[in-house]
Design a protein around this ligand. Sequence first.
Ligand code: BGC
Length: 873
Amino acid sequence: MKNNLFVINELRCENLQEFIGIDCIKPRLSWKIQSQLHEVKQKDYKIMVSSTKKKLIEEDYDLWDSGKITDDRSVNVEYKGETLNSRETCYWKVKVWISDYVYKESEIAYWEMGLLNKEDWQGQWIGMGKRYKQSWSPLFRKEFFVSKEVKKARIYLTGLGYYEASMNGTKIGDHVLEPAQTDYDVRVFYTTYDIASYLKKGNNAIGIMLGDGWYNQTRMWKHKVMYGNPRLLCQIEIEYEDGAKEVIFSNTSWKCSLGPIVLNHVYNGETYDSRMVQSGWNFPGFNDEEWFMTQIESKPGGALASQMMPPIKTMEFIDPVNISEPQNHVFVFDFGHNLAGWTKLTVEGVAGAEITIRYAESLSENGMINTNSCSLKNLFIPQTHRYIIKGEGKEIYEARFNYSGFRYAEVTGLTCKPDISVLKAIAVYTDLEESGEFESSNGDINKIHQMARHTITSNLQGNITDCPIREKCGWLGDAMIVSDSIMYNWNSVHFWEKFVKDIESSRKVNGQWTMVVPGKRTCGEAAPAWGTAQVTIPLLLYIFYEDKWILKDQYQAIKDWTDHLRSRCEAYLISFGIGDWWYPGGRENLDVPHDLISTAYFFQSATQTAEIAKILGFEEDYQKYTILSHKIKKAFNKRYFNKGKNSYGSQTADSFALKIKLVEESYVQKVVKALVKSIRDEGFHLTTGHIGTKYVFEVLTDFGYKEEAYKTLVQSGYPGFVYLINKGYTTLPERWEGDQDYGVPRNTGSLNHPFKCGFDAWLFSHLAGIRPLKPGFKEIMIKPTPMGDIKWIKGSFDSIYGKIRSHWRMDKGIFEIDATIPANTTAKIVLPFDSDVAIMCGENISCVKKETYTKNGGYIDVGSGVYSFKQKL
Ligand code: BGC
């Protein structure tokens, strides 16, 4: 055996590394193979799983020995060993053969099971009962004794709406705004933390603070959206070195009190009265005689589930770039770009003095903050944090249970001019693993990409929201249109699986698909352009992550959604719903009738349902939905196609119809021309709302009009991305006008709205040219598209098999590309210039001949490895 030819690493269980709290009994196992060699493929594998590390080392695979399996599958291999139990730690490794004689074993990894059964929970749901005061954050505490050396200690914990837990005064973990929002009548997330290092021999104390979160949200969308008063469920399990076990759990022996957060609300803000801080409340030995006894609260209706999607964390710390004083003693901090989160205030003052921080996305002409984008008609309170000083020297305050969307923070109540140490911004969002890198020689494109990323991260809040300053809601259409952009940029499989389950749970509770998920704010029946997320997002999960499980899990719901649309159509046309949102100059794009969009999504739904049926092997369903899609296509073209103009009437309709193959074959080129004409006639401007903005670029590029796509992308006039950047917007506004020139004093549209970021996927798929040909990028296409004055692009995507790179440059008449193809995958590389031009292969690719390239019709087939190609322009 040659030992240094390859390594196996990144062993993952359910796509998570060394995760505590796996809650499915047949988890999927994956590993990555890394090698400097070319054309490395897994030939066989053997998975070994033991209940202890020692057993694994001693080759006692008591949980599972898969045996040597001849298969190139290295992702999502279902565990098929002994039945897994709650709390069980599974140590595992994998042995991989890349030929009969060349093999390698991975290092040891582990996963740990969560609490799988209701019976595992001894803890009771507790709260303050009648002592609770609306919107006032309660504190809970319990002391317990640790008598011996601790071997293992876990806390299984949830608190609704939000919790922050500490052990002996130290915050447990680094998650914030936990748990992620769900429909609490269907499921409630708990988290498992390893708390061994927090414990000490002797007396210990757990302290938990609760926030209202989405569970007790009362002020927006009326009271009916509320679930109940804050409550928690906690179970601490300690295993001692001598084998003894102990469980401490939430019950009526815990005590509670109202805490210093005297107001907290997901929309309105937070007020912290530090005079009410009870020092030592979360340490052992605190005198809690005056605290109340806790009360048993009813269990939320939802089943407990381990939160396997990444938590929300404090992700970026930002110093102000400017501090102004537009009015006496009113200080405005500018953090340079728009974000979602909160601030960290450092202050000294007299007891009882109040510091008020109000957040906004823009400034008025007089330099004061402009809160117009932050208010809703039914909510006139701008996002505000209040801090009441204790008066004992330097004090630091950060919000806990509320986040705001802002670039500017207005601070009042300070007694002297602040410097930058007084207030810092903290961007808070779901901590997804980065998976995409994109950079180009064109600074504007880089800024557009960063703008899209900032907009998206601001809205990753355990849910994909429409904006962080106004509704904070998971609109299905917004989510669907941006989902592949998010998948290119971040490993988001659990994020999206959770979202898809939210769609399912919302339907369960409401008896129909809703515009918004999860929770009780539904905004009515889902329009086709919103509800088709039920079909499209699972399919994308399969394409990006080879996630067949979600297709199986959602198959009935997927079919039900398409059948539901079928039942709502008349002669295969759908008339209800809403369409392309916020086009230049207005809200609903009237050039794109909503019934056209609804019917087009009906078609997308039918074709994708057919595709999913095929993947899952349901041939009859495949036939059924394929026939349905043909009928919709016929009806759609009869109703909406203007043969005189060879168009469906708008950039959105033409590009979307082309993208989803709704155009009759004989008219495809004509519709492309109509789209190109519209782009040119408009002076390379978009006329699109959230739907068209995603598809125009991709379709123009696919049909060879990349210069039109490029000019439209870097357009500096209105409407355009660069126009917005030049106007100072750092996140994408809901409206192409941002908050300018609209003349409506309130509700100007948010300035941080991800639903126009759908185009960002195209930077990866077309400019860098990294695309999946088989699920999970098992087969890859590298098809870079030089355009405009772009001299180079560095793009990469961290797939489940490993990092795919496409770095290309053009210089002195030569196009050059370095492409990395991960082990156990293959790729087709399509060079951008005519194949008759000489291809000068890089050093390592004597295997690739010009003849192969031309013979295969324009692509080079390669196995894994690092390649470099040169081509004369
Ligand atoms: C939201 C949008 C959403 C739309 C649909 C708006 O208020 O912010 O993003 O999709 O409503 O009606």
